[in-house]
Design a protein around this ligand. Structure first.
Ligand code: C2E
Ligand code: MG
Ligand code: MG
Length: 763
């Protein structure tokens, strides 16, 4: 009998498409649940029949077709569609039997809909089709033969086929609703899968093609789970070697304990700068950024490594150069101030005294002039060596510039400091032997001692300077200790300079010189830099290096800077109007700006006003700032620079490499040009390490896409070297010294430019 039921169905089912979207395993799981429901009905229906007062035999007969269909649906040979159809018919038969045993009550018909809902588990419309056919045929045929088995309403009993079709209609609707629900959810699922596949492919492509080393490691074990090509090339391990290693294998051995401890505490933080070992044993420094992710079900981290070894070495070298004097190897002015600041901070906590000693060689200029710079340099080196020998290991000896030295003596009172001073005086009295010739150099010094709290850096240095003036006045070759009685004269000196400078501004004693910036590839003048000078009626022309610091201290730099800007803009307009410059590119004008000016809240407004008043094109203006100017109050400074650039003005970093030398800031600043400090150009031909460093700096600036200007070119050799480095803009005595305005006008029109152009064409 089973075969009789199955055979025709199998033929129909064979002609139908296979079940939608379900794999054999998923289908089997669902089929088992539905069979379970069928078997529950095989048990439950007779019990229900008995409770309704039917005989045991009647109940068993009613449940038999359900059992037969359940058995048929169990047959593994049937194929998915046929077995689903058999199960569907079984479920529908259960509903029909339930309706029959309940005496055709309306509520029992709900059972059909529950079973229809259950059928949607197959995700296939074929079982629905059979269920629908079953409902119509069963309601119609049984409704005719035994109406009370199907309905309890009079109209339904009278019109069994009409009601069979109505019930069929509802079953059809329920089936349609189910089909819609599963197809839309399936569609959503398919989209989600496609989306996740696409993003996985994108990730894979980015991962593999990234020029930066990248890897994924498991957080718990630190084992590598995946590495990209760049990591393989950079670290020298093959992919297989990598996948057999953990993060610990690329970290220095001494870090292992610390790393393990962190993992144990659940801290897998990877971002930051780390030291790594590559295969050939070299140590590199990498900046790491990391991202948590689940990788094949494991808690993992994705790492991007950026090798900054070269940058750190360059920074270290620059840092050393920034804080040391190249000639003597001693600390320089900046390092001295830094150490003094720290020492004073310690002093305010611990109350130990300290002393500052400033020294100045007597008549050093005479040695330089009579024996040449080379001898002068040797003398300075010898003096530096003697000073270092005279102090204790923890003390700081600095060359502040020229023939000026300063010493920081910690934990000394007046007596001990004077003893050291006496040792220095004695050391300096010994003749200096150079080229079999004895030379005598005497040194004057000023000593200032802070014996407790409340000393400021500024005050200590000023007192030492005052004592130094006193020593010079007293006849040279001695070191004087500061006394309050000396104060008057020292303060007066500074106040006097400031007052005279103020007057100078009013009386028109300030004037500008201009130094051309040459484009080396053509020999043409790209622009001019305005440099301020002071014609002091008493002392003659004073260098800005001398009076700009006083102007800064007193705030005079603000009106002075504004005057320089206005005067320079006016002058360039005059040249342009007079035809001194013309054709091609318009002349760029560089103006130096002090940190103090940049900090003024209305600085941008002042610049805009000057441009407006002089009718100067902002696109021609370049403002030169030093590193220290932009690094004090970085955020506010960036804002001002951005406002200036919005006006069309360009920004240059002046004396690059001479200051703080943190290279990171270059990237973060809105800049247009970098001027490499003179000392990287000076004597470039002689010193291999210096050449290397200069090359590294030029490359670095190049990667930022900024043009470089080489400052302070003094010889043809330096010029050739600068060109070989690929630097196209230069400034320096070799090209032209700073010139007065009329001389500059001649230069612009004159033979020197033609000569430079010829030189450029020839080489
Ligand atoms: P800077 O802006 O770096 O200017 C370049 C300095 O190098 C100038 O010194 C220039 O005369 C000098 N120089 C140019 N070529 C050579 C060379 O081949 N060899 C050597 N040894 N030196 C060369 P100057 O005029 O004495 O100015 C010194 C500094 O004073 C300037 O350095 C700048 O920082 C500051 N300064 C000058 N004018 C102004 C100004 O108007 N405002 C402000 N705030 N600072 C100014
Ligand atoms: Mg400058
Ligand atoms: Mg400069």
């Amino acid at each position: 009998m089973l075969a009789a039921v199955i055979a025709p169905l199998r033929r129909v089912a064979a002609a139908l498409p296979e079940g939608r979207g379900l794999g054999p395993e998923a289908w089997m799981r669902r089929h088992r649940v539905i069979l379970g429901v069928l078997w529950l009905h095989v048990l439950g229906l007779p019990l229900f029949g008995l409770s309704r007062g039917y005989s045991f035999g009647h109940c068993l007969t009613d449940a038999a077709p359900v059992a037969l269909l359940a058995l048929a649906a169990l047959q593994p040979r049937g194929g998915q569609v046929l077995r689903s159809v058999l199960a569907a018919l079984g479920l529908m038969t259960s509903s029909a039997v339930l309706v029959h045993l309940s005496g055709g009550v309306m509520e029992a018909h709900f059972h059909f809909f529950v079973m229809i809902a259950l059928l949607s588990a197959y995700r296939d419309w074929v079982p629905f089709l059979f269920a629908l056919a079953f409902v119509v045929v069963e309601h119609g045929v049984i409704g005719v033969i035994d109406p009370r088995s199907v309905h309890d309403e009079i109209d339904e009993v009278l019109h069994p086929w009409r009601w069979a079709l109505i019930h069929g209609g509802f079953v059809l609707a329920a089936a349609a609703a189910n089909v819609y629900a599963w197809t839309t959810s399936e569609e959503d699922h398919r989209r989600a899968v496609a989306e996740s596949r696409r993003s996985e492919e994108t990730f894979r492509a980015l991962f593999e093609c990234s020029p930066q080393p990248m890897w994924v490691y498991e957080v718990r074990t630190l084992a590598f789970l995946a590495v990209n090509e760049a990591a393989i090339t950079h670290y020298g391990y093959s992919r297989d070697e990598f996948l057999a290693m953990s993060i610990l294998d690329i970290r220095p051995a001494e870090d292992a304990g610390r790393v393990r401890e962190r993992v144990r505490l659940g801290d897998s933080g990877a971002s930051g700068v780390w030291e790594h070992r590559v295969r050939d044993g070299r140590s590199i420094h990498v900046e790491i950024s990391s991202e948590h992710l689940a990788f094949h079900g494991r808690d993992a981290k994705l790492i991007v490594a950026h090798d900054i070894t070269e940058r750190l070495a360059l920074e270290g070298e620059l840092h050393h150069r920034a804080f040391h004097d190249a000639l003597s190897g001693l600390a320089n002015r900046d390092l001295f101030h830094d150490r003094l600041g720290h020492a004073l901070a310690r002093l305010s906590r611990q109350g130990q005294p300290l002393a500052v000693l400033t020294l100045d060689l007597d008549d050093f200029k005479a040695i330089n002039d009579s024996r040449g710079h080379h001898t002068g340099d040797q003398v300075l080196r010898e003096v530096a060596r003697r000073l270092e020998d005279a102090v204790r290991p923890g003390d700081t000896v600095a060359r502040m510039g020229g023939d000026e030295f300063a010493l920081l003596l910690e934990e000394v009172d007046v007596v001990a400091a004077e003893a050291i001073a006496a040792r220095i005086t004695a050391a300096m009295q010994r003749p200096i032997l150079l080229h079999d010739e004895e030379m005598f150099v005497t040194t004057s010094g000023g000593l200032s001692v802070c014996s407790g709290w409340g000393c400021s850096e500024h005050e200590l240095l000023r007192h030492a300077d005052i004592a130094l003036y006193a020593a010079k006045a007293a006849g040279k070759g001695v070191i004087e200790t500061f006394t309050p009685a000396m104060r008057e004269s020292g303060d007066l000196h500074r106040i006097e300079v400031a007052a005279r400078l103020r007057q100078a501004l009013v009386r028109g004693e300030l004037f500008l010189e201009y130094q051309p910036v040459i484009r080396l590839s053509t020999g043409g003048v790209r622009g001019v830099e305005a440099l301020v000078r002071w014609r002091d009626p008493e002392r003659g022309v004073v260098s800005p290096a001398e009076f700009i610091p006083v102007a800064e201290d007193t705030g005079l730099i603000v009106p002075l800077g504004e005057w320089v800007l206005a005067e320079a803009c006016r002058q360039v307009r005059v040249w342009e109007a007079g035809g001194a410059v013309g054709g091609g590119e318009r002349l760029a004008l560089s103006v130096n700006i002090s940190p103090r000016q940049l900090r003024e809240p209305d600085f941008v407004a002042v610049v805009a006003r000057v441009l407006d008043a002089t009718g100067f094109d902002p696109a021609q203006l370049v403002l030169e700032l030093t590193e220290s100017a932009v690094l004090d109050g970085f955020a506010r400074c960036v804002e001002s620079l951005e406002q200036l650039r919005a006006l069309g003005i360009r920004i240059a970093i002046d004396d690059f490499g001479s200051g703080y030398s943190s290279l990171g800031y270059l990237r973060d600043l809105p800049l247009d040009t970098v001027k490499i400090d003179r000392r990287f150009i000076a004597g470039i031909g002689e010193d291999a390490a210096g050449r290397e460093l200069t090359l590294a700096i030029v490359r670095l600036v190049d990667t930022l896409g900024l043009p470089t200007i080489a400052e302070g070119m003094e010889t043809a050799g330096e010029l050739d070297y600068v060109r070989a480095l690929g630097i196209d803009f230069a400034q320096g005595y070799f090209l032209s010294r700073p010139l007065s305005a009329p001389a500059m006008a001649q230069f612009l029109a004159g033979s020197r430019v033609a000569e430079l152009m010829e030189y450029a064409a020839a080489s």
